[in-house]
Every structure is written in structure tokens, then in C-alpha cells.
Design a protein. Structure first.
Length: 181
């Protein structure tokens, strides 16, 4: 299975980098894409990382799932963004897994993908999901093909839910055992 993860300047380090690393450790292929103008990204906490591709360089239909981390960038680009919302809609139209953490679910909310769904997100992010049911005390919420998570502190739970959906519970448990969680 092969997935895309969105990298953007000011993304939250743990939500992006740890999620990608753990999913690779679980045997999934993850390509990092960006909608920014440079493949070199400086994270919210000053790490310099390089994305694999610009969004327009990938054939989206060849991917099985999408990950949208949070971070400061969400508030910086959410109003003018069309690309991430459209990307999420493409995955949703094919009933493929979409996982978003922290402020990342705001893109899903503005795209209407959380209407009539249960979700969690970083407090304050629920403003973009007025037609959904916000569960602020849940670490991770799965509703259909969408997984949402509260924030950086629940990355292991977030990745567990993703791996469980894609590869089954035994593979998800194996990952947690392997990292001594």
C-alpha cells in the first residue's frame, strides 16, 4: 500500500515526521508532497526536510491513502487553499482512507468531508466543521474512511488507527510492540 503525506512549511514536526516514520516502519510506502513552491520545508520547530514531490508531479489515483498533519501552516493557508481540499475530495470520492491530525482536519471540514461525521481535532479547529460532531476528549476518531486525531501527543494512537485500517489489527499491534509502546 502506498500513501501521500502533505508537507508544508510550518507543519508540526511530530505529526508529520513521526507519522511518516512509523508508517514506513509498519511496511507502508509514503511519499511526501507539498503544495508550496519549494521542496525544502522548514518545520514549525526549525527542522529542514525535503519533500519527495510537488503535488502536481504525482498521479494521485495510484495512492491508497492520504495523511494531513497539522501545524501553524494550517492557519496560514486555510483560507486560500484549494489544492489540499481538492486532494482530500479526490481520495474521498474513491472512498480511500484520509487521516488528519491536530489542525489538519480543518481542510476536511472546509471541504465538507466532516459533515454528519464524528471527528476530533485541536481545540478551536472545530470551527470549520459546523455540521459534524466534535469529540474534543477523544484521542482518535474513525468515521467511515476518515480518521482524525487531536494533536501531536496522540501520534502513536493516530498511526495505530491508520495501520489497523490499512493492514489489520495484528499488524498495528505488532508495530506498537516493535517500538515498545
Amino acid at each position: 500500500m502506498k500513501g501521500l503525506i502533505v508537507f508544508h512549511p510550518n507543519m508540526e514536526d511530530v505529526e508529520a515526521l513521526a507519522t511518516k516514520a512509523l508508517l514506513v516502519r509498519a511496511g507502508l510506502v509514503i511519499d511526501a508532497i507539498t503544495t508550496s513552491s519549494n521542496k525544502w520545508i522548514e518545520t514549525a520547530f526549525g527542522q529542514q526536510v525535503r519533500t519527495d514531490y510537488f503535488l502536481e508531479e504525482v498521479e494521485v489515483d495510484t495512492y491508497d491513502f492520504l495523511i494531513i498533519p497539522g501545524g501553524k501552516y494550517v492557519g496560514e493557508i486555510i483560507k486560500e487553499d484549494k489544492a489540499i481540499k481538492q486532494l482530500a475530495n479526490q481520495f474521498n470520492d474513491q472512498n480511500k482512507l484520509i487521516a488528519a491530525i491536530c489542525a489538519g482536519p480543518r481542510f476536511l471540514g472546509q471541504a465538507g468531508l466532516l459533515d454528519n461525521k464524528q471527528f476530533t481535532a485541536f481545540p478551536g479547529s472545530e470551527i470549520d466543521m459546523p455540521k459534524g460532531t466534535y469529540l474534543p476528549h477523544e484521542k482518535v476518531v474513525i468515521d467511515g474512511n476518515i480518521i482524525t486525531a487531536r494533536g501531536a501527543g496522540v501520534v502513536y494512537d493516530f498511526v495505530y488507527a491508520i495501520v489497523k485500517q490499512l493492514k489489520g489489527e495484528s499488524k498495528a499491534k505488532e508495530l506498537l510492540e516493535d517500538i515498545l509502546y
